[in-house]
Write a new protein. Structure first.
Length: 324
């Protein structure tokens, strides 16, 4: 087992170390694992609001997550979060108890675990790289630096033509990206979700949370999720006049209320190990299938509901107008 740094990634690590020469600092590694080799394509800096002290360091997690997703989308090769690094004071080149907790979290993201590196300046720069398996039995592994050690094409960025094609490729994804300028808010998302969830049983995702957290948002993820929720999003905005807008977060496709209730969120994701889509609303999870919201709404409209002030009553009025 070994680690290979691209010229860019290794330079970024050195640059960050030099910039914060008087304190601890660190970063995360973006790349992939293949044939017992960890290929580090990018080393992401820790972010502007990180905590940098002589003997303590803490990442700006939101910034790091944001930048990982931004940079990964620029490469032809699918990249993911494969590890991290940070500087230790003096010659201390083993992990602290706090480090163990962080390393354990990263190791759970993939079957092969993760890599974690320590930088020391004692007095010369020194880098020690460890493999971090799921059981935290650390093992030092060698590393080398140079783009020439990477398989052909791995470091290639997407061309402008390829990006144009990606932008224009998927009608469902294009529709979702444009929702924020297409909607005409009339009904509230909170009303819809409360009514829909009242007709569903919760789905326990406890044992799948690590898998959900490890999901990488990229074009493939967006295409898969958008293909599943497209029918419902079109129905809600075009038929029911629900006020929504859509964006991608770190690991989910997120449905926002756009009628002024800014705290309303519905998160959609996919659990690959059991091939199920889910949605999360008010910290409760539910199994999801394409067109499910539309079916529940149609059933509610067709039922005998006399309360015109209810959600279903209001929807009946809207649909009566639309279906004339």
């Amino acid at each position: 087992m070994k680690v290979v740094f691209s010229n860019r990634a290794y330079t970024a690590l050195l640059s960050e170390t030099y910039e914060k020469i008087t304190t601890e600092t660190g970063g995360v590694f973006l790349g992939y694992y293949e044939d017992e080799t960890w290929y580090i394509v990018e080393a992401i800096d820790p972010g502007p609001t990180s905590i940098f002290e002589v003997a303590y360091f803490e990442y700006d997690q939101k910034y790091v997550t944001h930048l990982i997703n931004k940079i990964a989308r620029m490469y032809k090769k699918n990249l993911s979060l494969i590890g991290l690094w940070h500087r230790h004071p003096g010659s201390f080149d083993i992990f602290s108890n706090t480090d163990d907790g962080t390393n354990y979290s990263y190791a759970q993201l993939a079957p092969q675990g993760a890599i974690s590196a320590l930088v020391n300046i004692d007095p010369q720069f020194r880098l020690t790289v460890y493999h971090v398996p799921k059981n935290l039995k650390y093992k030092k592994i060698p590393y080398e630096v140079g783009d020439q050690h990477f398989p052909k094409g791995v470091l290639d960025l997407l061309t402008s033509e390829e990006l144009h094609n990606k932008i224009n490729r998927n009608e469902n994804a294009d529709y979702i990206r444009s929702l924020q300028v297409r909607i005409a808010p009339k009904m509230k998302l909170s009303e819809m979700m409360s009514s829909i969830c009242s007709k569903l049983e919760e789905f326990d995702v406890t044992e799948h949370m690590e898998e959900i957290k490890a999901e990488t948002v990229n074009d493939e993820f967006l295409d898969r999720i958008s293909g599943e929720v497209f029918e419902d999003l079109e129905y809600l905005t075009e038929q029911a006049d629900i006020a929504v807008k859509v964006k991608m977060t770190a690991r989910y496709l997120c449905l926002f209320d756009d009628s002024g209730e800014t705290e309303i969120r519905v998160f959609f994701s996919h659990i690959g190990s059991i091939d199920k889509f889910i949605f999360i609303y008010e910290n409760k999870s539910y199994e999801y299938s394409s067109g499910m919201f539309a079916r529940i709404i149609e059933e509610g409209i067709s039922s005998e509901v006399e309360e015109d002030t209810s959600f279903w009553g209001n929807l009946k009025k809207i649909f009566k107008i639309k279906r004339r």
